[in-house]
Design a protein around this ligand. Structure first.
Ligand code: ATP
Ligand code: MG
Length: 93
């Protein structure tokens, strides 16, 4: 079963010196039983990718010009108030 699909995720930040393109077109999938590691040099966007999937990017400075993701968390691992089968959608500004 596919637990996570991320397609063309973009996360940008508006800063005083312009737009910071922290994540710019990331796609990957994660199947049940697999482990996935995001590896890369400092500031390449690993943490911002994770924050984006958890919907923790704070608008209006942080926003998603594009991106679609589907996150399926097994029922047993969900907080009681979030026990639907599938969450996710379009990451939009
Ligand atoms: N709130 C923010 N506003 C502006 N730029 C940001 C913000 N958060 C992150 N960035 C920028 O986004 C880029 C990616 O940052 P991120 O924290 O995802 O890097 P990382 O790969 O996790 O690095 P590290 O290995 O050092 O933890 C960096 O250039 C960072 O400065
Ligand atoms: Mg980090």
């Amino acid at each position: 079963m596919r637990l996570l699909e991320v397609e063309n995720l973009r996360t940008y930040f508006k800063t005083e010196v312009g737009e910071a393109r922290a994540v710019d077109g990331v796609s990957f999938t994660l199947e049940e039983g697999e482990s996935l590691a995001l590896v890369g040099e400092s500031a390449c966007g690993k943490s911002v990718t994770a924050l984006s999937i958890m919907r923790l990017i704070e608008p209006p400075s942080g926003y998603h010009p594009s991106g679609v993701y589907v996150l399926r968390i097994p029922m047993c691992c969900r907080p009681m108030n979030r026990r639907s089968n599938v969450s996710g959608g379009t990451a939009s500004p």
